[in-house]
Design a protein around this ligand. Structure first.
Ligand code: TRP
Ligand code: ZN
Length: 485
């Protein structure tokens, strides 16, 4: 609807021959009244099989510059207030008379495109932007959105809380799968990764932590402090985070010189100390197994959201909703390779994240002298339903609904797929595959088809047919045939 009048105006301006233009106009009017010609309006989603409204069509974001100020509110009932500007650099992949951004809640006060005021409207999670001039295909443009309000906590399809979570002294942003639209407008689908600069101004005494490296920490002159964070490597928006509160901050470096920034809520320091002390060791272990670390810093954020929340592999600096145990630390670190660097093309490919991260737990446990990965696999195969009731309910690569993308068939059975590959090719070829896969799609996106094709190319003499058909895509509990050799 919105793009029709604009499109006609554009055509009448740009077509030179008057009779032709008139005919064209008449045609378009017919087209519009008969259902509308939306060909130059960017689509409201990218067609994700589980989250059709996530992301948007017609453009590709290269950078987010987020300038946020947060006042956490107080016990007298003042609600927390976020005041923000998002400066988004994107390239038009088609002619765009309008395009959409995902944003939920909050009040938008101004939108500009290329410095000129743009018209905008909101429907559901879509912020529809109509630039003053149609953007030609191939054009790089900057859209700025000013907004404010009290950001929402979102309940995702499986009932988990995400988006903007309040803590006793601040807030914590969690974005998987769709939480990030609660705190900044964007192309919120894992298929469009970008670099980020995130500046957060908070009342003096509070710290604002985000992804990447801290570039500066400056007093504003009015009793607040601005923390500026930089992420150079491509980041999916669900892996972006901001944590605001009183933290005990520890800055150090790994033996290789990688900066480590760890922020812990004071109530969690005692319980976290021993496990966080193992962060450099876990990083080294992960590099040995998965190849070079893909980012330029590491760390952790440990906080206490008021709603119960999940741990998340926020890029370079995972979030833990309370002191983690060591396997959770290893799980989130493994996601830096599998999820954050090699990111799923759609939410259907989630098992590529969780299967690998769960398998990392098995490998770590084995290296620590606990159960071997083979024992974990066998035990799950024989008795898995006791712990994970729905383990065989659907295949890892085909969750039945959006509510199941974080269910045991994706995590545990996903890890079993990885182990079946290892059983088939043997240890040497297996580690080549794991590291080669992480290297081949470093800082990119990959699908399940990309993965099966990669494995087949890497081990051309092996037959993976039944692993794919029974373990990855098949319903029910697969039969366990002995691998040859
Ligand atoms: N991906 C997170 C992890 O494995 C967990 C997670 C994210 C999650 N979103 C979720 C778990 C929704 C359950 C429901 O570290
Ligand atoms: Zn995970």
């Amino acid at each position: 609807m919105v793009s029709c009048p604009r499109r006609i105006a554009d055509v009448s301006r740009s077509v030179r021959s008057v009779p032709a233009a008139a005919a064209c106009l008449a045609l378009l009017l017919t087209a519009c009244s008969g259902g509308g010609d939306h060909s130059t309006g960017g689509a409201s989603g990218v067609g994700d099989p589980y989250f059709p409204k996530a992301g948007n069509g017609g453009y590709d974001v290269s950078h987010y510059g987020l300038t946020l100020a947060y006042a956490p509110g107080d016990s007298s009932g003042d609600s927390p207030l976020l005041t923000a500007t998002a400066a988004i650099t994107a390239r038009a992949e088609q002619e765009l008379s309008s395009f959409q951004l995902d944003l939920t809640g909050l009040d938008v006060t101004e939108v500009t495109v290329g410095g000129d005021r743009a018209r905008w409207s909101r429907t559901g999670q879509e912020l529809v932007v109509r630039p003053a001039d149609t953007l030609p295909k191939g054009e790089t443009f900057e859209v700025r959105v000013r907004y404010s309000g009290s950001p929402e906590t979102i309940t995702d399809p499986d009932g988990s809380k995400e988006g903007w979570l309040r803590t006793a002294d601040g807030a914590l942003a969690l974005g998987e799968p769709t939480g990030s639209m609660a705190w900044f407008p964007g192309n919120h689908h894992p298929g469009d990764k970008a670099s980020y600069d995130i500046a957060v101004t908070v009342p003096k005494g509070l710290t604002a932590v985000s992804n990447g490296e801290l570039r500066s920490e400056k007093p504003t002159g009015d009793g607040r402090t601005t923390f500026t964070w930089h992420t150079a490597e491509p980041m999916a928006s669900y892996a972006a985070t901001v944590a605001i509160g009183r933290y005990i901050v520890t800055r150090s470096a790994t033996e290789e010189g990688l900066p480590v920034y760890v922020a812990v809520d004071p109530s969690q320091t005692a319980a976290s100390r021993a496990v966080l002390a193992r962060l450099p060791e876990a990083m080294e272990w992960a590099e040995y197994n998965f190849g070079p670390y893909p980012f330029s810093s590491t760390g952790a954020i440990v906080d206490r959201p008021e709603d119960s929340a999940y741990a998340l592999e926020t890029q370079s600096r995972p979030v833990y909703p309370g002191a983690p145990d060591t396997v959770t630390l290893v799980h989130e670190l493994a996601h830096q390779w599998f999820g954050d660097s090699v990111t799923p093309k759609t939410w259907r490919d989630m098992w590529l994240n969780e299967g690998f991260a769960t398998y990392a737990e098995w490998l770590w446990t084995e290296d620590e002298g606990g159960a071997t990965a083979e024992q974990t696999f066998t035990d799950l195969y024989d008795n898995g339903e006791e712990e994970y009731e729905d383990l065989w309910e659907f295949p890892p690569a085909r969750p039945t609904t959006a509510a199941q993308i974080s269910a045991p068939p994706v995590y545990q059975r996903g890890a079993m797929v990885i182990h079946r590959i290892r059983q088939t090719v043997g240890d040497d070829a297996f580690y080549d595959i794991v590291q080669g896969w992480a290297a081949a799609h470093r800082h990119g996106n990959a699908s399940t088809d990309d993965f099966t094709a990669y494995v087949e190319r890497a081990a051309p003499d092996e037959d993976f047919t039944s692993i794919w058909s029974d373990w990855l895509y098949g319903s029910g509990k697969p039969e366990l045939t002995q691998p040859e050799g």
